[in-house]
Design a protein around this ligand. Sequence first.
Ligand code: GLA
Length: 731
Amino acid sequence: MAIKVNEKNRFFQLITKNTEYQIKADKFGVLKHIWYGERTDFDMEYLQNYPDVGFSGNIYEAGNCRTYSLDTMPQEYSCQGIGDFRISAVGITHTDGSGAIDLRYKGYRITKGKYSIPGLPAVYADENEADTLEIDLKDTASDICVTLKYAVLESLDMITRSAVICNKGTTAATLTKAASLCLDIPYGNWEWIHFHGRHTMERLPERAPLIHGIQECSSTRGASSHQQNPAVLICEPDCTETNGNCIGVLLMYSGSFQTQIELDQINQIRMVMGINPELFRWKLNPGEAFYTPEAVMSYSTTGMETLSHNFHKTIRHYVCRGKYKLAERPVLINNWEATYFDFDSDKIFRIAQQAAELGVDMLVLDDGWFGKRNDDCSGLGDWFVNEKKLQGGLGSLTQKITALGMKFGIWFEPEMVSEDSDLYRLHPDWAIQIPGRNPMRSRYQLFLDMSRQKVQDYLYDSIVKILDSADISYIKWDMNRSISDWYTSTLSSDRQGEMAHRYVLGLYSLLERLTTSYPDVLFEGCSGGGGRFDAGMLYYCPQIWCSDDTDAFERTKIQYGTSFFYPISAVGSHVSAVPNHQTGRITPIETRAVAAMAGSFGYELDLNTLSDDEKQAIKSQIVRFKKYGDLIHNGLYYRLSDPMTDEFAVWEYVSEDGSEVLVHGMIFRTSPNTLQIRIRLRGLSPIAMYRLESDGSQYTGKTLMNGGILLPKAWGDYCPIELHFTLVGGD
Ligand code: GLA
C-alpha cells in the first residue's frame, strides 16, 4: 500500500518508488502540507517552525499565539477570505454575498485503485497499480464540504489530485474558483519552465527564476491554447536533463486553465493550478457538487529526463485509451498541404494510388469534402458529402482507396458553424453569441454551443451517419479558433459563468460517446495544429496534430518543448513539401523524415509531384519507420541537445529492453574546417557492447555515454542524422 496513515497524528504519507508526499491535519484541523520530495520515510514537520511575521494574522482559535498564521504555513488547499493572503485554491460567494471559506479536517478514506471523475478525463489504473486517499474538509459556517482526492501510482512516481466541492448547506453558494491542485514548497531556490508559443510555433520552453509575487501561465481562449500549455516544471537552478530536483505538474483539461506560482514574502513557493477563474462561476445549490479536473504531478531528483519518462509512460499507459493507445499507428498521407480546398475524387484517388505504391497505410481526406466548402468562408456544420467534389460519394471513393490496401480517414471540425451554412440558417441560436452584440469572427466561423445536448446530439448523429456510410478508420478532430462571446440561452443569468466549463464537459461527453461507439476508429486531435495539445484530449485521441508548422527545422523546437510532458506517440508529425508552406525553407527530404519520425508519422504533400529519387527515399523512410516504430513509441526518449540554443537538434530512443538505440536529428548549419560534433548517448548499459549498424563499429555503453560519438560531418544545411545501434549478442 502506497498510502500510510498515522491516525493519532492525523499524518498521511503518499509513497512512491522514489518520492514521498506528506500531509497532516493539525490540532486546529487545518490541513497542512508537510513535504513533497525524495522519499524519507520520516515525518518532515520538524522543518516547519514559523516566526511571528508582521501583518500575517492568526486564526481565532490560536489565541495569543502570533506564530500560527495561515499566511505563512504550507497548506493542502488554501482558502479565500480567512487570512491567507497568498493565492487561494478555492473561492466562493455565499448567499449573503460574503466570500470566506475555512476548510477544516473531518476524516479520510483509503481505497484500492484510482478514483475517476464524472464527466472528465482522468488517469485510470487497476487496483494493483494505484491507491486513493480521500480527505474530507468542511467549512462549518456554511456546510460547504471539500473532498481532496489523491491517487498514488507507486511504480511511476506519480500522484494525481482532484477536488470535489459539495454544498451540504441549506442555501445556494457560487464557486468563483475551484483549483485542482495547490502545492506549497516551503524551502529552496526554484525556477520555472513553462511552454509558450503561438499558432505554428507551439510549446517553446521558457525557463526563468521566480520573482516575488505571482507569475502565471494561462489560457482564456476556451481551449488549452497554442499560447500557453497546462503543464509546468519547477526546478532548482542547477537542474539539468540528468541532475537535480524538479517537479512536473500537468492539468488534464482542454479548456481555459490557469497556473499561478507565487514566491511569497518569506521566499516560499505556492503553485495553484486549475480551471481559469476568470471565466468561471459555478452555482452550487444545496446538495450539488462540483468536480475539478485532474492534476498530475511527479518529482525527480535526477533531472528533467526522469520527469519526462514518468509523464510519457503515464500518458501512454494510463491516459490514452482504446485500440490504438499502444498499437502501431498507420503511416498516413494527408491531402491538406497537397490540395487545400481544391480537389475532387480523382485527385484524391491519384494521391492515394501513389501513396499505396510507396507503402503508406492510410489516406486522410482533410477539410473541404462536405457542404459548400471551397474556401474557409462557408460550410462548417453541414456534415454531408459534397458530391460535386466527391463524384459518386464517399462510399465509392473509400471503396477505391481500400481496394488499394489502404485505410481511409476523414477530417471534421465538429464544434464550429459557418454563418453561410444550412445548419446556421436552420439553428442560428446554436451558435455561441451574446444577444444584442456582434460576435467575434475568426476564420469566418462561429462556435456551436457544446453545452447544449441538442447540439451534441446533432453532431453525434451527423458524424455517425458519415462513419456508417463508408469504411472509415480515422477521424481528425479539428478546432480552428479561440472562443469568445460566452453566452448560452440554456442557462439562467446566475449560471452564465458555468458556460465555459460546460462547453468542455459537452465536448468530452460527445468524444466519449463517439469513441465508445467506434472503438476501432483512430481519433487524432487538432486545433490549428497544437492549439489543444493537452492530456485531456489525449484521453480520447491518442495522437494530436502537433503544429501547422511542418518545417523540419522549426519542428525540432516545437517537438522538443512538447516532449517534456507528452509522449512521442502523441505527436502527429508529417513530411511536407519544400519550399515549406509556412516558412519557405528548403530542407532535405531525409531531414524532414527524421523530424516527422519523432511522432505518429505521415506525409502531407502531393506525392505525384516528386522525383523518382524522392519517391525511393519515401519508400525507404516508411520501411525504416516501421522497423523503428516500436522503439520510437515504446522506447525511452532522450533529449541530447537543446535546439533552442544549440546549432543542432539530436535526440535518442532506447528500446524498452535496451537492445536497440536510435539517434536522430539534424545539424542546422554546416561550416568548413570545424571539428565534428560529439554527442554523448544516455540510457545505455555501461558494460554492454553496441554495434553501429551503418559501419559495424562497436563501442561499450560506457564509451558512448562518456566519450560519446562523432556525428557525421555535415554536408549542406539541415543535414540529417540517423545512427542505429544494436546490442551485440542482444538478439
Ligand atoms: C487546421 C489544421 C490543418 C488543416 C486545416 C484545414 O489548420 O491544423 O491541418 O486540417 O485546419 O482547414
